[in-house]
Design a protein around this ligand. Structure first.
Ligand SMILES: *[C@@H]1O[C@H](CO)[C@@H](O)[C@H](O)[C@H]1NC(C)=O
Length: 139
């Protein structure tokens, strides 16, 4: 549900909720749930949408919206705002495009690291039961 909050934030703005000059800074912002709506892209995002995100980006999972609560949130129930032109959220789309262009390679690397970590965990699990397993290969 935390991830739903992050993805919603990103889809509405095209920017990441947790920034920082480098990983330690960003990491500190994540673990402190330190985000805001200062970017001008959020000027055209409704308070209800922000409320939806605010109930997901909560550090303590117990305080976070559940999936069924999210589905019953007023922002979801209301559906798309009436009378909006298709051109709205132009800035968000522009931000998203440049985000994807800049971060595709990074996400691919992060994905590879996660796949390697998953394999490692599985192999370590298997080794404890079968010491003759093939040597670990991380690509
Ligand atoms: C994140 O961390 C950096 C440095 O500590 C700070 O400049 C930035 O404003 C922080 N907040 C957000 C929401 O990214």
């Amino acid at each position: 549900m935390w991830s739903v909050g992050v993805v919603t934030y990103m889809l509405l703005s095209g920017i990441m909720p947790f920034a920082g000059e480098n990983w330690p800074e960003r990491s500190a912002n994540i673990t402190g749930a330190n985000y805001n709506y200062h970017d001008t892209t959020f000027d055209e995002i409704s308070d209800l949408a922000k409320d939806f995100i605010d109930h997901l980006l909560i550090l303590n999972p117990a305080g976070r919206m559940t999936a069924s609560m999210a589905l019953n949130h007023q922002w979801i129930l209301n559906g798309p705002p009436k009378g909006r032109k298709a051109g709205h959220m132009k800035q968000a789309r522009h931000n998203l495009k440049s985000y994807l262009a800049n971060y595709r390679a990074r996400w691919q690397r992060a994905g590879n690291v996660m796949i390697a970590a998953h394999r490692l965990r599985n192999q370590v699990g298997q080794r404890s039961t079968d010491a003759e397993k093939a040597p670990l290969q991380v690509t």
